[in-house]
Structure formats: structure tokens, C-alpha cells
Design a protein around this ligand. Structure first.
Ligand SMILES: C[S@@+](CC[C@H](N)C(=O)[O-])C[C@H]1O[C@@H](n2cnc3c(N)ncnc32)[C@H](O)[C@@H]1O
Length: 249
């Protein structure tokens, strides 16, 4: 999760019981319990940069110990638009698929702008929250779901290029969801940072999830990655220490 996670101290010894999805759902739910009323308004305004309280200290952990644990900023995803979101959203002029939409801040913002949008996520709690914020959203796996190939833009924000742990496979799949002339809008890691792929676990409150595959792609590597998927990087930009690439066939 390149641009959205920060290294933190090791979580120490924990038990491994829950699936990643169960842990993530629980953390999202606890964030929602302390959600201010403005976040529940179906299409109401959300203060820019607003962040919710009450979310647990969710960590992304390398089970092999090779990479330091990183904070997963769920509260940030549950809040209002982040710095850098506006430029990303400005690239979305027509039908947009927000892959791994989480609680739906981007999809809800596009819906408010009357841009046709669908958020998809494998988390039922994320879909519930996204819908409550006014985002059209449905439960679906980007890799295996039955999804129409009709999108002008496919968003992979907040490090979602890591979904599935094989970025070239994910890019190929997302490219297959585009209509002719469409593009992928991908958030990547800053220059000079390391790309990696491997197993990770979620850790929170003395509990650890079972491992699942994840990946990080730095901007230095996105052209090669896109090339492996038969695509090309057409544009890159940076804002608020976040980095993005627009990729087409
Ligand atoms: C890094 S978080 C992104 C948060 C989100 N962009 C937001 O604004 O809140 C990754 C999201 O991708 C979802 N996800 C993971 N695997 C997925 C898959 N195979 N298909 C669809 N969504 C997936 C997770 O449930 C999670 O909500």
C-alpha cells in the first residue's frame, strides 16, 4: 500500500485466527460507530480532510519479518476527500469503476459530481458504508467478479494496485474492463521506493489475520509493469506526496 501506509513499531506476539476480510470488516465497523452524522448523510457534504475517530490500530505485517509493519490508515479512508483526490477525480469524466472502493469516499464524490460510477469491494461492511455515503457500490471481486467491460476509467487508488499480489495480472484484468479509449488511473509509490510482492497479514488488538498476497508498485516500475500487461503509461502526476499514473492499451 505504497502511498498510504507508514512504518510503525512491530505489533509483537499475536494469535492468527481471523480471515483478513473479517478483521478489516471489524475495523471498518468500529470506525463507523464513531462516525459523525455528516458522514452518514446520503449525499451530504463532507469536510475536506476530515478524519474519523474510533478506528483500531490496523497494521500490515510481513509474516517473514523482512519488511517493517505499516499502519493501514482506515480512518483516513473513512473520512472526507484527501489531498490529491481532487486531481485524481478530475481525470474521471465518464463511467468510472472504483476498484476496492472501501467506504466509498471517491465513488461518493464522483456521484455528487454526476459522474456515472460504481464502487466494488469484497468487504460487505465497506459496501454498506459506501452506499450510506451515496456511492453506487456492489460486492464483487475485481479478479473473479462478473463485471461489464464498459468503463471509461478504472480507479486503483490508495495502493489498490496491490490487490491480489500480482500487479500485472490485476492491470490485465482491469484493462479488460475498459471500453475502447478508456484508461486505468493508478496510485503508485513515490520515486526511489521499493516495489515488492508477497504475503502479508493484518494485525489489530493482539490478533493477526491469515496471510494473503499483496504488492506495492513504485512509480519507477509502473511503466515496466504496464508493459507486461500490454499497456503504456501516458501520464504521471504527483500531488500532496501522492503519485499517480494514467495507463492505456
Ligand atoms: C487499500 S484499501 C483501499 C481503500 C479505499 N480505496 C477507500 O477509499 O477507502 C483496499 C480495498 O480493496 C478491497 N479489496 C481487496 N481485495 C479486493 C478484490 N479482490 N476485489 C475488490 N476489492 C478488493 C478491500 O476490501 C479494501 O476495501
Amino acid at each position: 500500500m505504497t502511498a498510504v501506509v507508514e512504518p510503525v513499531a512491530s505489533p509483537g506476539r499475536v494469535s492468527t485466527t481471523a480471515t483478513p476480510l473479517a478483521l478489516y470488516d471489524r475495523v471498518l465497523h468500529s470506525a463507523a460507530l464513531s462516525r459523525p452524522a455528516e458522514f452518514l448523510a446520503p449525499r451530504g457534504p463532507v469536510a475536506p480532510g476530515a478524519v474519523l475517530g474510533g478506528s483500531a490500530n490496523l497494521l500490515l505485517v510481513d509474516p517473514a519479518g523482512g519488511r517493517p509493519p505499516q499502519h493501514v490508515p482506515v480512518a483516513r479512508w473513512c473520512g472526507g476527500l484527501r489531498m490529491g483526490d481532487d486531481a485524481l477525480l478530475a481525470h474521471c469524466h465518464a463511467a468510472t469503476l472504483d476498484v476496492g472502493c472501501g467506504p466509498g469516499r471517491l465513488a461518493a464524490a464522483l456521484a455528487r459530481q454526476a459522474v456515472p460510477v460504481l464502487g466494488i469491494d469484497i468487504s460487505a461492511e465497506a459496501i454498506r458504508q459506501a452506499r450510506r455515503r451515496g456511492a453506487p457500490a456492489r460486492l464483487a471481486c475485481v479478479l473473479t467478479g462478473d463485471l461489464d467491460a464498459r468503463w471509461q476509467h478504472v480507479l486503483l487508488a490508495d495502493g489498490n494496485i496491490g490487490i491480489g499480489g500480482t500487479p500485472s495480472r490485476l492491470l490485465t484484468r482491469c484493462a479488460g474492463l475498459l471500453r475502447p479509449g478508456g484508461d486505468l488511473l493508478v496510485e503508485v509509490g513515490p520515486p526511489g521506493t521499493a516495489s515488492w510482492a508477497g504475503l502479508v497479514e493484518l494485525a489489530v488488538d493482539g490478533e493477526r489475520s491469515t496471510p494473503f498476497p499483496w504488492a506495492v508498485v513504485a512509480i519507477d516500475d509502473i511503466a515496466a509493469m504496464a508493459g507486461r500487461a500490454g499497456m503504456r503509461v501516458r501520464e504521471t502526476w504527483t500531488e500532496a506526496r501522492r503519485w499517480f499514473a494514467r495507463i492505456t492499451r
